[in-house]
Ligand binder design. Structure first.
Ligand code: BGP
Length: 484
């Protein structure tokens, strides 16, 4: 038995609006980019390129949906109508914090509306009040992969600096409205995903650019605009309330060199800088690090970066670091076996087992990652996503004996405990996810992460009823005893 020693540690769960809410066109909400990706039958789970790289034409076809395809994120798990029941279940297993995202499209459906949509504000106020009634703290992700489509149609996504203004209007509106009830804020989910999927993170279509170079340039420009938007939001929020706690969120794709050949070690270092550390470095130190400037130069990437934007970035830094951690991969310059890994492709690791989606299971990696991030940045750390996706079916007792999930969570939680003993300041953890949700990457309902089972299939057939898995009872007991 392992005793988790840190007191007042925040244990909780995370979800995202487009993966749980449903009610995609109710009460004035507009369509979002995540609701324009269809469910793909006969999907190759170990190669999800086709799902991620759907064409602009297919995105646009979804608007009229003449082909009658199923768009899972339009339905989620109906949290919009069932949130009271879900929050009650969260409370009963002692979740102390709930990380959820707000849908921009519920608050400013067209992006440039003059006034916020009252129905959208009311929905989130009701949800937040329900959390507080149940003694659950709240962390809000302001934007989690669901840019309203009208903003893409009219402005072309984040490559356009005008979107920064629209975002600020939205972010500052909800901050003013909810600053007294929300405990922590994350301006963007997995900000680095933009470099793997411009459409997901930035609303930028590959087809709109004549070459790879121009597309890459647009993605980095969009990212710069997000860095500035985040810093400007921090500035405005702190002017309204000094107390505001605002962090970043990065998809922490830790990779190891495949072996000790220095060529591979160096390549691993280079890619980790570009894919991971660049984001933390910029958001913690407030300037573009030298290695990314070299990368821009070598790839002929020219960005429009204004002096006042860099000043704002320099002067308004994050209070804490948060990241998602699911899996690790390997890097090698030689041709090596590849596998899927949270929205990216990674080299295989012969020492690790993998899930049905090819994601390596690596609990020690979370301790390594926390130590690395703490040593480099010395800012408090919050693990904002961690969990395991599995194919599951209810048994005759209407439950699931998900010992593999208990093992996964337990091993990762022990390693977090060890990282804290190493001296790292980690203050909380929200598992992905307390309840089954639609998958961000593959749009499947059947890729289940929850401790609570939801009775919907990939086509949203089912009662939507909630059932408790074995892990739910295990987690509840852990919260009562601190024993793992
Ligand atoms: C992260 C996202 C989440 C979540 C998770 C699991 O990238 O922030 O939204 O879904 O990954 O990914 P998936 O749903 O593709 O298994």
């Amino acid at each position: 038995m392992y005793k988790f020693k840190k007191e007042n540690f925040l244990w909780g769960g995370a979800t995202a609006a487009s993966q749980v809410e449903g009610a995609w066109n109710l009460n004035n909400k507009s369509l979002t980019i995540s609701e324009m990706r269809p469910f793909i039958k006969n999907l190759d789970r170990k190669n999800i390129k086709d799902v991620l790289d759907i064409s602009k034409e297919n995105y646009l076809k979804s608007i009229e949906n003449k082909d009658n395809l199923h768009y899972p994120k339009r339905f989620g798990v109906d949290f919009y109508h069932r949130y009271k029941e879900d929050i009650k279940l969260f409370k009963e297993c002692h979740l102390g914090i709930y990380r959820l995202s707000m849908a921009w499209a519920r608050i400013f459906p067209n992006g440039d509306d003059e006034k916020p949509n009252e129905a959208g504000l009311k929905f989130y106020r009701d949800v937040f009040e329900e959390c507080k009634k149940n003694n659950i703290k709240i962390m809000v992700t302001i934007n989690h992969f669901d840019l309203p489509y009208p903003i893409i149609e009219k402005y072309g996504g984040w490559v356009n600096k005008k979107v920064t203004d629209l975002y600020l209007k939205y972010a500052v509106t909800i901050f003013k409205e909810f600053k007294d009830i929300v405990d922590y804020w994350l301006p963007f989910n997995e900000i680095n995903v933009a470099i793997w999927s411009g459409v997901t993170g930035l609303g930028i279509f590959r087809e709109d650019y004549k070459s790879n170079k121009l597309y890459l340039e647009a993605c980095y420009q969009g990212l710069h605009n997000q860095f500035y938007a985040q810093a400007k939001f921090i500035e405005e929020a702190k002017n309204i309330s000094h107390e505001a706690k605002i962090g970043c969120m990065v998809a922490n794709s830790t990779n190891y060199p495949l072996n000790c050949d220095p060529k591979n070690v160096r390549e691993c270092q280079r890619l980790q800088q570009i894919h991971r550390f660049f984001f933390y470095d910029l958001m913690v130190y407030g300037s573009y690090p030298s290695y990314i400037n070299r990368f821009f130069k070598e790839n002929n990437i020219n960005l429009e970066i204004k002096k006042n934007e860099m000043e704002t970035i320099k002067n308004n830094k994050i209070d804490f670091i948060s990241f998602s951690y699911y899996a690790t991969g390997t890097i090698s310059l030689d041709e090596s076996d590849k596998t899927e890994s949270n929205l990216t492709i990674a080299g295989k690791n012969p020492y690790l087992k993998a899930t049905d989606w090819g994601w390596h299971i690596d609990s020690i990696g979370i301790r390594i990652t926390i130590n690395e991030i703490w040593d480099k940045y010395h800012l408090p750390i919050f693990i904002s996503e961690n969990g395991i996706g599995v194919l599951e079916k209810l048994n005759e007792q209407n439950t699931i004996e998900d010992d593999y999930r208990i093992d996964y969570l337990k091993e990762h939680m022990i390693q977090i405990g060890e990282a804290i003993e190493d001296g790292c300041d980690v203050f909380g953890y929200t598992m992905w996810t307390p309840i089954d949700v639609v998958s961000a990457g593959t749009n499947e309902m059947s890729k289940r992460y929850g401790m609570i089972y939801v009775d919907y299939d990939d086509f949203h057939n089912g009662t939507g009823n909630r059932y408790l898995k074995k892990s739910y009872h295990w987690f509840k007991k852990f919260r009562e005893t601190n024993l793992l």
